[in-house]
Design a protein around this ligand. Structure first.
Ligand SMILES: [Zn+2]
Length: 417
C-alpha cells in the first residue's frame, strides 16, 4: 500500500481553518452556542463536496456529516467514523488568529510578534525538541492558535483526500463528522447518530504523536447547599447562623495537601470547588468530582458529604443538602467490549512508524459521551500542544503522521479477518 500525505496541502488547510473565529460560549443556551462556528462548518461542507465525498450535509446546529463509500467487495467491514470539533476554547481569544509557520524550527526561543511577552521556549515545552529541523505552527501572540481542534479537522480532511485519490487503498464505508461546542461540554448534544450510521468512532483531539486515549475521567458535579438561620442582625445574638460562614468553614476543612486538581496527577481523582453563591440564609458550593472508576467517584462523594456533615454539626441550627449530578463516564468500560477499536488503532500508529503511548485523559472528550451513546469511540493524537492559550503550537510532521494513521486504520478495518 503506497501513499504519501500531501504535507503542504495539510499545512495550508490548517492555516486556513484557524483563521476562522469559532470560539464557543459557555453562557449561551443556543445550539450551536455561537453562530460563527457555522462559518467553518459551511466551508468544510463545500470542501468535502468539492473533494468528492457523498451525502455531505450541515445542519442548523453546525454539525457536518459526510461519507466515503466502501471500495471493497467485502460486505462485513464495520463503518468507521472520524470526528473532531470545530469550536475553540472560551478561555482565550480566537478572534483574528494569525498562524505562523516556523520552518525549519531551530530550537531557539520564538518571540511571538504581536506580544513580545509571549515567548515559546524549549525549556518550558520540551516536546519542541522532537520538532527541531521540521516545521511548527504558532499564533502571533494575542490569540490561541486553535490547533485544538482544527488540527484534527485538517488531519481528517487531508486523510479523506488521500483515500479518494488512492483508490488502491481498500476500505469500508467511512464517515466524517465535525461537531460544534466540544469546549463547552455540549459537543454531542445534537449529534444525529442515526444519520451518522457508524459502528465505531475515532476522535482526533489528542496531543503527542503516537498517543491514543481510551480512558477518560468519570465525572460528576456535586452541590453542598448550606441552610443557615436568618434573623435581623440587630437582634441576632445566639440565634443567627450565617450560611456563608458555614460554607467558608467547609471550604477551609478541605485537605490542603491532596484531593484537589492542584495536588494530584496520573490516575488520582479529586474534588474541586468551582463556585460559591449565596446569602446569609442559604449558600451553595458547587464542586466537580473526578475519578477513573465509579467506586472511586462514590468514595469521593461519601468523603465530601461526611466532611460537610462534620463541619455543619459545629454550627447548631445549620443544616445542609448534598446533591449529586452525573456529567460523563469513563469510556473504557464501553471500549473494553470492543477491543478491536484499540487494537487496530495501535497497529495503525505503528504502521505510521510511531511508538504507541496509551494514556488516561484527566478530563472528558466527545468520545466519552459518544461511547455511552452507542458509538464506541477512542481518541487519537493530532500533535496539539499548550492548548487553550497564546503559546499553543502544533508540529507539521505530527499532523502528517496522524493523517497517515487514519489512512492505515481505514485499510486495517478492511483487511481484518
Ligand atoms: Zn479539543
Amino acid at each position: 500500500m503506497q501513499f504519501t500525505i500531501d504535507q503542504q496541502a495539510l499545512t495550508d488547510r490548517f492555516m486556513r481553518y484557524v483563521q476562522i473565529d469559532t470560539q464557543s460560549d459557555p453562557q449561551s443556551t443556543t445550539n450551536p452556542s455561537t453562530e460563527k462556528q457555522k462559518n467553518l462548518s459551511r466551508l468544510l461542507c463545500a470542501e468535502l463536496k468539492q473533494m468528492g465525498l457523498e451525502d455531505v450535509t450541515t445542519d442548523d446546529y453546525g454539525y457536518v456529516y459526510a461519507t466515503i463509500p466502501s471500495n471493497t467487495d467485502r460486505t462485513d467491514v464495520p463503518v468507521i467514523a472520524f470526528c473532531s470539533h470545530v469550536d475553540t476554547a472560551p478561555d482565550c481569544s480566537g478572534t483574528g488568529v494569525k498562524p505562523i509557520l516556523h520552518e525549519p524550527y531551530d530550537g531557539s526561543d520564538i518571540v511571538l510578534p504581536d506580544d513580545s511577552t509571549q515567548v515559546l521556549r524549549l525549556s518550558a515545552s520540551p516536546y519542541l525538541k522532537q520538532h527541531i529541523g521540521s516545521g511548527i505552527i504558532t499564533a502571533s501572540g494575542t490569540t490561541l492558535l486553535g490547533a485544538d481542534d482544527k488540527s484534527g479537522v485538517a488531519i481528517i480532511m487531508q486523510a479523506m483526500q488521500t483515500l479518494l485519490t488512492h483508490p488502491a487503498i481498500k476500505h469500508g464505508t467511512i464517515k466524517v463528522v465535525f461537531t460544534p461546542d466540544e469546549e463547552v461540554g455540549r459537543g454531542t448534544e445534537k449529534i444525529d447518530l442515526q444519520k451518522l450510521g457508524a459502528d465505531v468512532g475515532y476522535t482526533l483531539d489528542g496531543g503527542e504523536a503516537g498517543t491514543l486515549e481510551d480512558e477518560s475521567f468519570s465525572a460528576d458535579a456535586a452541590q453542598i447547599i448550606v441552610h443557615g438561620v436568618s434573623v435581623h442582625p440587630g437582634y441576632a445574638k445566639g440565634v443567627l447562623v450565617n450560611a456563608i460562614k458555614v460554607a467558608g468553614a467547609i471550604l477551609d476543612a478541605l485537605p490542603k495537601t491532596g484531593w484537589s486538581p492542584e495536588t494530584t496527577e496520573g490516575r488520582e481523582g479529586f474534588v474541586h470547588p468551582v463556585s460559591v453563591q449565596g446569602i446569609s440564609e442559604k449558600t451553595t458550593i458547587g464542586f466537580i468530582v473526578r475519578d477513573f472508576t465509579n467506586d472511586g467517584l462514590r468514595a469521593h462523594h461519601e468523603r465530601l458529604r461526611a466532611l460537610a456533615a462534620s463541619v455543619v454539626s459545629q454550627f447548631p441550627g445549620a443544616s445542609f443538602d448534598y446533591v449529586e449530578q452525573e456529567q460523563y463516564r469513563n469510556m473504557k468500560s464501553v471500549l473494553d467490549q470492543h477491543p478491536k477499536v484499540k487494537q487496530l488503532a495501535q497497529q495503525a500508529i505503528e504502521k505510521a512508524g510511531l511508538t504507541v503511548t496509551c494514556e488516561p485523559i484527566r478530563g472528558g472528550t466527545d468520545g466519552s459521551r459518544l461511547s455511552f451513546m452507542g458509538l464506541p469511540t477512542l481518541n487519537l493524537f493530532t500533535g496539539m500542544q499548550n492548548i487553550h492559550g497564546k503559546l499553543e503550537w502544533v508540529g507539521v510532521k505530527d499532523m502528517v503522521k496522524a493523517a497517515e494513521t487514519i489512512v492505515y486504520l481505514c485499510n486495517l478495518w478492511e483487511s481484518e479477518k
